[in-house]
Design a protein around this ligand. Structure first.
Ligand code: GDP
Length: 195
């Protein structure tokens, strides 16, 4: 994808009406601090357009980035931040569920998992939840640069087994430092949009 322009067009909080976009959407989910903003910036060729959080888990909004007036990258709020209250967790759940349920133009959902660690209980729940909403999550294993090359395969297997992925499910290792995986993600998105 050649990025001509990007625009944070809509920000939705827990009480917002979700936009009825007429262009396809690609959504990104993951626990807070997993590298979601960094990934979205890398996909948009921007340094810091999507906020990179110093204090993880603080904002519970869904952000819609208009790309070239062709499509949207949808940044779902991060989960699993220990310091949020039960009430906030519940509000988060309702907001994300409302979006996954209601979006008419959602084409694919990426779930980001830190490649260094076993998927957490929250990661597993999120994975199942996306599946229950009728989507087949594509896994992006983030922070690839933090591993030695010799460790990568073992960790990809750990993520696959942790989430109990089916064999044909895709895992794309990615680093926002080296940008490895970026082209593969865009290729996947373009294929989804073309169908
Ligand atoms: P978010 O909360 O999921 O949006 O995560 P951020 O993109 O804000 O990243 C959280 C922290 O991880 C920041 O300090 C980033 O600089 C760092 N980070 C994100 N992606 C990578 C990566 O691919 N490699 C490394 N080494 N650090 C990363």
């Amino acid at each position: 994808m050649v990025i001509k322009n990007v625009n944070l067009e809509t920000v939705c909080g827990i009480t917002s009406v979700l936009p009825d976009n007429d262009k396809p959407e690609i959504a990104f989910a993951g626990k807070s601090n997993v590298g979601k903003s960094s990934l979205i910036n890398a996909l948009m060729n921007r340094k810091s357009y999507a906020r990179i959080s110093a204090t993880p888990g603080k904002t519970q909004t869904i952000n819609f980035y208009n790309i070239n007036d062709e499509m949207y990258l949808v940044d779902l709020p991060g989960y699993g931040y220990a310091k949020v209250s039960e009430k906030e967790k519940e509000q988060w759940g309702r907001l994300v569920e409302r979006y996954l349920h209601a979006s008419a133009r959602l084409k694919a959902v990426f779930l980001l998992i830190d490649i260094r660690h076993e998927p957490s209980a929250n990661d597993k729940m999120m994975y199942r939840w996306i599946v229950e909403q009728g989507y087949k999550p594509i896994i992006i294993a983030t922070k690839l640069d933090k591993l030695k090359r010799s460790q990568i395969q073992k960790h990809v297997k750990m993520v696959r087994e942790g989430l109990e992925l089916e064999n044909d499910s895709k895992i794309i290792p990615f680093s926002s430092v080296t940008k490895q995986g970026r082209d593969e993600i865009w290729e996947f998105v373009e294929t989804e949009l073309g169908e």
